[in-house]
Design a protein around this ligand. Sequence first.
Ligand code: 2M8
Length: 441
Amino acid sequence: MLRKTADWRQLAERAADVLKKNDLGGWTRPAPGLYPHQWLWDSCFIAIGLSHVNPRRAIKELETLMRGQWKNGMLPHIIFSEDKSYHAGKNFWRAGRTKQISGVHTTGITQPPMLAEAVFRVGKQLNRSWRRQFYRQFLPSIIKYHLWLYRERDPYDQGLVALIHPWESGMDNTPPWVEALWSHRFANGMRVAKQLGVHTLHERFRKDTKSVPATERTSTADLLLYYELVRRLRGLKYDSGKILKNGFAIYDLAFNAILARANDLLADIATEAGASLPAELLQASSKTHAALETLWSRRRQYYLSRNFSTLRLIDQLSVASLLPIYAGKLTPERVEKIVALLNDSQLFAADWPIPSVPLNSSYFKPLNYWQGPSWVNINWLIIDGLRRAGKTSLADRLKNRTLEMVDRAGFFEYFSPVNGRGAGSSPFSWTAALVIDMIRS
Ligand code: 2M8
């Protein structure tokens, strides 16, 4: 039985309280303890939720996010607060040396481009003249960001952008990234350290596992590899050109699916603002939907990420393979293939949807971060895509099950697809924000 929206009123109120608790004055931390800074895609999801309860505060969330935009247009994945408890803080990144920022400290990499969606959705909650003014305010920042993505991360003009660190994907230890990282030559030294067990020495220095059990987080060996990668990026002063020439990169499926949708929303924002988009951006972005098709595996019959250097598809099914549904504009055949994956009880049709890796994967662990648990933001993206593709009853079913999962377990970072138990940090802001959005829209 699908529950009616009115039944969820209390849950929405509790969710609004979570956002208040995590509000640090103009911006919202993802969760207490583990995440004391402002994250890029978190703040976008948070603004979407806030727009239903306090549009002015939602706008503020996005304005504070823009403090971090680099002179070259990049939106960094974290804007650091003064809190020193995070494991990879500003002194580790040393991004200030690039002279790209002033007034705030940030990392030197980005995160999925959810900004256009956030601006579009927040605008929807404003009256027409306010919306126009708000869209005009944010249009230059989104344009600058998308131009940066194509100029710096799409060197061969493919319509797809390349990511240089798993943290840019937002799905840190997702199997496609883990596989690609460990098979790259830069991991050679770390592979030996792992074989010798040397990496375990770092275990008691880990800060993140002080607030969340180690079994629910990235493994120590993977984490050390991420640090090593940051050191390399830092050495090259986060210069995408140099990094892509010699280093490690992936055409990440989920990121590019989100970008394809973001371009369409940017066009809608520009139309409503009565503005036009630069020809360079229109030219670059016009290829992205079609380029997603180059990530389709004929052998596997699903989409996959592609290794930037070897050009091989990374043969690891994960929830990213479902995200082209969010990009939209798929053929009916592709939509049916994605729906079939979602309905397959060996793969993604779990009791508590949607597992971040298939239930039958050798990686699958129900409570381990991006290697099994269900995430509310991913559910939200897939539900939105299904609805636009006309798959309304499946979208409604997933939405209700997601709300039920949060209602039972609480506002956790992620949830076991097997028994719905909450894991990770709590109370988690995007879980709360997107619960509000699912109830109110
Ligand atoms: C997680 O990632 C950060 C690094 O960016 C971490 O593990 O410390 C991811 O789930 C990411 O998607 C998210 O934005 C971030 C904050 O919620 O946490």
